[in-house]
Design a binder for this molecule. Structure first.
Ligand code: ADP
Ligand code: MG
Length: 681
């Protein structure tokens, strides 16, 4: 048997079992070895019968002292009972619907058992695991691996298959980690690691084996990022001349903050360097990232190259197009908007202008990079609101657009841990400063009993000439009416609560031009209140809005709430955020209270990570994060940092992955990134 032999080569695995195993992603012996336990059950503690405690599982050795008897209780239910004893006491074991066990429990013979003493019936235990004392060690007296299962595949079967596979080909497992890395970070050899995670002798060794596998996983991931980054930064670019920026600075309606200036300096240095830029600009909501991007676009245009500016939604694209053409148009940079809901005629016109180079900047959604948009000379891609644009998309972009400069902008301050993961292939500039004059947004958590007072507050803000957002969670089909759907809620508010005010509506299912019209009306102050779903979450900029009301706030993540709150406080007037929630869940309340306590996006992001975990933080898999099998982003931060460092050094020396010895590493990198559609070329 070889490492990549199909599982059918194992005794007891026929075509049907193989099919069932395939549901677990297991096709080869290697897959089986890499199918790590979900958790473990410590069955190492043996006690005597008298020392068994209700509710606490334990192992014990006992002799069968009665013939097993099966009673037929009712249709579909039999109970098999047997008595066992040691020198300290006697116990009745009951098995439900397992009358076949009768034959494996023999009168007068000794067995090892593992189970929990009933807390309702004295001296009884239901369904213990057991095995003959002289051949024990598979299900008792050990740390038992617990695997995720599927129909037809029991834990016991997996344990046995893994055992066979280990015996047959543990030697053949390739050692991915270079020896000096293993020595420096005290990591055990690959074979020992695999044997131990499947058959741990004790907790200490298990922890060591796990650490090695986590390290390996992060090493592979980091090496992959380092390779991508190396490929991109070795890609030469014609150096831009960045000395002609005065006209741009002079055209700005305000002076840039120090943080904006320093981010722009980083970018211009990249563009002038002769290597391809891969930069992330990270800055809290409202820190003024758009202008930083505009500087990059201007520089590209002055050097005769085009730029593409991608926003996550059409609404944002429209808004950016407006801002950027107002600023850059007078400076001789022609801006076109290109979105899906544009009419055919306008679309054709915009494409033609990009194709022949009349337009220097295209603003749109990610669809901008689809095949049928041709640029005459695309030099720079800006991706706004980076958290919707992951590693995978970046790699695709690099492949598609023949290595233009890339600038990504994140509105979500991501905790350091995750930024290593999500942006490991990028250089980072942080804008840790807001434009002057911004005030703290006061935030309140209220229950429905405050409804009338909040309504009065909305009325007062609007009477003072300001505007308000009311955000409802997206309602999915089948959900109850305790959640407020934006459309229904908007109508009810207009009719019954605020007849004297103008209530607008904006939600994701509206057509492109309807959304645009709703947002434009709000921006022009033709509506006072905008009832919306989270389509207003990122980027929407209406400085006259001073009040953000969020319904069912418990439905949102902290970072999302922070983004929503960032829609207000964009002008000079004092702004407020009201979170409606009647949730009784203590964790959720703590989460919402945390938001009331601070305006600092980074602090909130750290909290969000701690409270909800990285999966939720990124929403789902759509962000191009690979799925780690062993590693846990919260627990394994220290290991991540070590692995990252080791991988960076290693890849620097290795230069590329085509050396023959590196084939296994390359394979593993490709396998890891494949799930997120990243290709290494
Ligand atoms: P972000 O994209 O980082 O959330 P924006 O680029 O949308 O922030 O900027 C938020 C608001 O602040 C905009 O109205 C913008 O015109 C304004 N702004 C940006 N930079 C400055 C500055 N240096 N001084 C004053 N206002 C600024
Ligand atoms: Mg923005």
């Amino acid at each position: 048997m070889e490492l990549f032999s199909p599982v059918t080569e194992l005794a007891g695995i026929g075509a049907q079992r193989a099919k069932q195993l395939e549901k677990l992603g297991v096709r080869t012996l290697y897959d089986l070895l890499a199918y790590f336990p979900r958790t473990y059950e410590d069955r190492t503690q043996f006690v005597c019968i008298r020392a068994l405690e209700p509710g606490r599982p334990a192992c014990f050795e006992a002799m069968v002292v009665s013939e097993p008897r099966t009673a037929h209780v009712r249709r579909g239910m039999d109970i098999t009972r047997v008595q066992v004893a040691d020198e300290t006491g006697k116990l009745t074991l009951t098995f439900f619907n397992q009358s076949y066990l009768k034959d494996s429990l023999r009168y007068g013979e000794s067995y090892h058992f593992y189970g929990v003493l009933s807390d309702s019936y004295a001296n009884q235990m239901a369904n213990p695991a057991f095995e003959p004392a002289e051949r024990a060690g598979l299900v008792t007296g050990r740390i038992l691996p617990i695997y995720a299962l599927t129909a037809g595949i029991s834990n016991k079967l997996l344990i046995k298959c893994v055992q066979h596979a280990l015996a047959a080909c543990a030697d053949a497992l390739p050692e991915i980690l270079p020896e000096d890395v293993r020595r420096r970070y005290h990591l055990c050899p690959v074979r020992l690691a695999y044997e131990t995670v499947h058959q741990p002798a004790n907790r200490e060794l298990l922890a060591e084996a796990r650490r090695r596998l986590v390290f390996e996983e992060f090493f592979i991931f980091s090496a992959g990022l380092a390779v991508m980054r190396g490929q991109r930064s070795r890609a030469a670019a014609q150096p831009y001349v960045c000395a002609q920026m005065e006209a741009f600075y002079a055209a700005l309606p305000f002076s840039l903050t120090g943080a904006q200036q320093s981010a722009i300096r980083d970018i211009l240095r990249d563009l002038a360097s002769g290597a391809v830029m891969n930069r992330l600009v990270q800055g809290d909501v409202g820190s003024g990232k758009t202008m930083v991007a505009a500087a990059a676009v201007y520089c590209a245009a002055k050097n005769g190259h085009q730029a593409a500016f991608m926003a996550p939604t059409e609404i944002l694209a429209e808004q950016h197009a407006k801002t950027l053409s107002a600023l850059l148009g007078p400076l001789g940079v022609e801006v076109v908007l290109l979105t899906g809901s544009l009419g055919a005629q306008a679309k054709r016109e915009a494409k033609a202008r990009l194709a022949d180079g009349r337009a220097q900047l295209a603003v749109g959604t990610h669809a901008l990079l689809t095949a049928d948009v041709a640029f005459s000379d695309l030099g720079l891609v800006v991706a706004d609101e980076q958290h919707r644009f992951g590693v995978a998309q970046r790699a695709q972009l690099a492949a598609k657009a023949r290595t233009p400069h890339l600038l990504v902008m994140s509105a979500t301050p991501i905790p350091r841990t995750l930024s290593l993961i999500a942006y490991g292939d990028l250089d980072v500039s942080v804008i840790a400063e807001l434009p002057p004059g911004r005030q703290k947004i006061d935030t309140f958590l209220v229950g429905d009993s405050m409804r009338r007072r909040i309504n009065a507050f909305i009325r007062r803000e609007c009477a003072a000439g300001h505007q308000a957002y009311i955000v409802c969670p997206a309602v999915e089909d089948g959900e109850t009416d305790t959640l407020k759907s934006a459309a229904v809620w908007a109508e009810a508010l207009q009719r019954a609560v605020f007849p004297e005010l103008r209530v607008g509506l904006l939600h994701g299912r509206m057509k492109g031009h309807e959304k645009e019209a709703a947002l434009a009306a709000f921006a022009r102050h033709e509506t006072d209140i905008l009832v919306a779903t989270t389509v207003v979450e990122v980027g929407v900029d209406v400085p006259n809005a001073t009040l953000m009301v969020i319904e069912n706030a418990e439905r949102f993540g902290l970072s999302q709430l922070h983004q929503l709150r960032g829609r207000v406080g964009r002008g000079s007037a004092k702004s407020y955020c009201v979170l409606f929630s009647d949730t009784k869940n203590a964790d959720t309340r703590a989460r919402l209270k945390a938001l009331c306590a601070t305006n600092d996006g980074f602090a909130i992001a750290e909290q969000d990570l701690a409270l909800r975990g990285p999966g939720d933080f990124f929403g789902s898999r759509q962000h191009g994060l690979p799925a780690f099998k062993v590693a846990n982003l919260q627990m394994d931060l220290a290991t991540l940092q070590q692995a990252q460092q080791a991988a960076a050094e290693y890849i620097r020396c290795a230069d590329d992955l085509d050396a023959p010895g590196l084939a296994p590493l390359k394979q593993r990198i490709e396998a890891l990134f494949e799930q997120s559609d990243v290709a290494l070329n």
